[in-house]
Design a protein around this ligand. Sequence first.
Ligand code: ZN
Length: 223
Amino acid sequence: MVKKLFWENPLQDTCTAKVTSITKNVNNENTTFVIQLDQTIFYAFSGGQASDQGTMNNLNVKTATKVGNDIHYELESEPDFKVGDSVEIKIDLARRKNLMRLHCAAHVVCFLFEDMTGLAPGDAIGSSVDPHKARLDYKYPQNISHVFEELTKKANEVFAKNHPIETFANKDDPNRREWECKSLNQACPCAGTHVSNTNQIGKIKLKRKNTGSGKERIEIMLA
Ligand SMILES: [Zn+2]
């Protein structure tokens, strides 16, 4: 199982890792190589958070896929290394930082929105984070834009202040992670990557979308 260094230090943008497996996949037209590592800084899509982008020994990583507690990295070029070799992993740190900021912003907007509307924690029916925006989906009987002015104001007040954020392993299962902001009295299970203080998020803006009958979406963007 790969050791996930992005949980300990989400700002680490390079690391050396040992190759534990290489599988050649031959499809009709393209051949790819799936690489597994002993440790990694390269996040794979999970919990709605997009994968990182980056390289392995300067070869572009096409996809990163979570498989159980492991991560499979797909290369389009034949690797210049073999099982047991050390490789250099690099990620796009600017992209990662946006993911961290928007991911944390989504946690705070989620809690504030649920508090303002009387929804219960966990009432969101979907969420995702990419480098440009985060989204939260709710079943909600009316247009939610009436709360947006106050929601945006409250969220930006939180992001203008110093609220430390902690992430740590679940005490019963080291493969699960917890997110907590003690000064806001907020916590939830989450294995994504986050900033360590709400004052690193910056200002946000919100946009409403109706995604179907009785379904409302909050889109969160960095202002
Ligand atoms: Zn999270």
